[in-house]
Write a protein that binds this ligand. Structure first.
Ligand code: ZN
Length: 435
């Protein structure tokens, strides 16, 4: 190798070395100014925890909730359905000949029963109702549990000396002993006024007479099919001790679906009568509405009842708003020895479908009745007024009007011609306890 060649080789090697050093420096500069992949990951992890979840995380959460709902909902629905005895508590609609009889009624039009006078259901908005339901401060329940002595079943072994004895069993349930027969109005012995055993307004006190202690009944009278008047379990149990069931048009279908034989059901339209066991039962008009489900409003009729025996007459209003029909009842079938008049669950938001104390007194007078016994109060919380308001207002009204008011505690039997029960048991529940 010549000396010239050797020097050129040395120069090439130096240039190569310079290029390598330049590349290394450039790389170091880049590493100082640009984050590496590791640095990027660190930066991501260092972000605050409150940063919004990624769309993927939200999707996973929503899907988990949806799956939970899909699993729970059928269980809830199944339990709810079970609590209505697999839907039997709702009853059944009339079909066949029963439906044809309904369709022939002059009080039935376009698939529903109608009142004799225009009857708007409510006069306020749903919001007003919800507001009063949620924020009203009335004492709608007794402050302490109500306990009563209970009815001695032997009470009914002998007929009353006067021929007419009444025993209020709470709400609209009254055992009427009249001229040797026993009649029971709107028997509700259940815990709740609802199709469900677990949900719905709960009674303030146990029935003062157990369903199993009810004596044989000549006639059960039903005013309409609302749950606080037509109780599935009560009807099933009473089927074993009751001779006849008197019901307004359309209600027979419910009873039949619960196992009551058609031959024991007497279904009447307004002003129709039937005689049983020496008593004449007349279905008379009322001003109300009906229904047990979401799509059967007014499919069955509502009625008041006149029960007329050889010596005594009793009238039961069922549920109703005021109208002049009661003056006609009083003229045609009165005077009555006793009127059982609904006096609770009223409100200015629904003045047409319940009476309230003032109208209860008017109805009593229209009927030309001697003794007024208010019912449909003091047992369930179904309106916004205080639970004792109906009886307090009635007492205030009855005194100057010289109306004879019977105010028995639940389970207290009394003869209408004797001195009337007058204790203010609702003020002192313990007073009734000690009887
Ligand atoms: Zn009703």
């Amino acid at each position: 190798m010549s000396a010239t060649t050797s020097a050129k080789a040395q120069g090439d090697a130096d240039k190569q070395s310079d290029r390598s050093l330049g590349a290394i420096r450039a790389c170091m500069r880049r590493s100082l100014t640009e984050p590496s992949e590791l640095s990027k990951v660190r930066a991501t992890l260092a972000k605050p925890q409150s940063a919004p979840a990624s769309p993927t995380a939200r999707f996973v959460l929503a899907r988990a909730l949806f799956r939970l709902l899909v699993l729970i909902l059928p269980v809830v629905l199944l339990l709810g359905w079970y609590s209505t005895d697999w839907g039997r508590a709702f009853g059944e609609p009339a079909v066949g000949a029963d439906l044809e009889r309904i369709q022939r009624s002059p009080h039935y039009a376009e698939g529903a029963f109608v009142n004799l006078v225009p009857t708007p259901m409510t006069t306020g908005s749903t919001w007003t109702m919800l507001w009063r339901w949620g924020f009203g401060e009335q004492e709608r329940h007794p402050a302490s549990p109500l306990v009563f002595p209970g009815v001695e079943p032997a009470t009914f072994a002998a007929s009353p000396a006067s021929g007419l004895r009444l025993t209020w069993l709470g709400h609209s349930t009254v055992l009427i002993e009249i001229d040797g027969q026993r009649v029971l109005t709107d028997p509700v012995f259940g815990e709740r006024t609802s199709p469900s055993r677990w949900v719905g307004p709960q009674r303030f006190f146990p029935p003062p007479l157990a369903l199993t202690d009810v004596p044989t009944i000549d006639a059960v009278v039903i005013s309409h099919d609302h749950y606080d008047h037509l109780d599935y379990e009560s009807i099933v149990a009473l089927g074993a001790v009751t001779a006849k069931f008197f019901v307004p048009l359309g209600v027979a279908a419910h009873l039949k679906s619960w196992g009551i034989e058609p031959a024991r059901i007497v279904e009447l339209d307004w002003w129709q009568s039937a005689v049983h066991a020496g008593l004449e039962f007349t279905a008379t008009p009322a001003r109300h509405f009906s229904g047990r489900g979401l799509s059967d409003k007014n499919h069955t009729e509502w009625a008041s009842w006149a029960i007329v025996g050889n010596a005594h007459r009793v009238f039961f209003t069922g549920d109703t708003g005021y109208f002049d029909g009661f003056a006609e009842v009083g003229a045609r079938l009165g005077p009555f020895d006793a009127s059982l008049v609904e006096a609770g669950a009223y409100d200015e938001l629904w003045p047409n479908i319940h009476l309230g104390p003032e109208n209860a007194l008017r109805v009593h007078r229209d009927l030309r009745a001697k003794v007024l016994m208010p019912v449909h109060w003091g047992t369930f919380n179904l309106a916004f007024h205080a639970w004792t308001e109906p009886i307090e207002r009635l007492r205030t009204l009855a005194r100057p009007a010289a109306v004879k008011l019977a105010q028995p505690y639940p389970g207290e039997s009394f003869e209408v011609s004797a001195s009337l029960p007058s204790s203010t048991w609702w003020k002192e529940p313990s007073q009734a306890n000690e009887r």
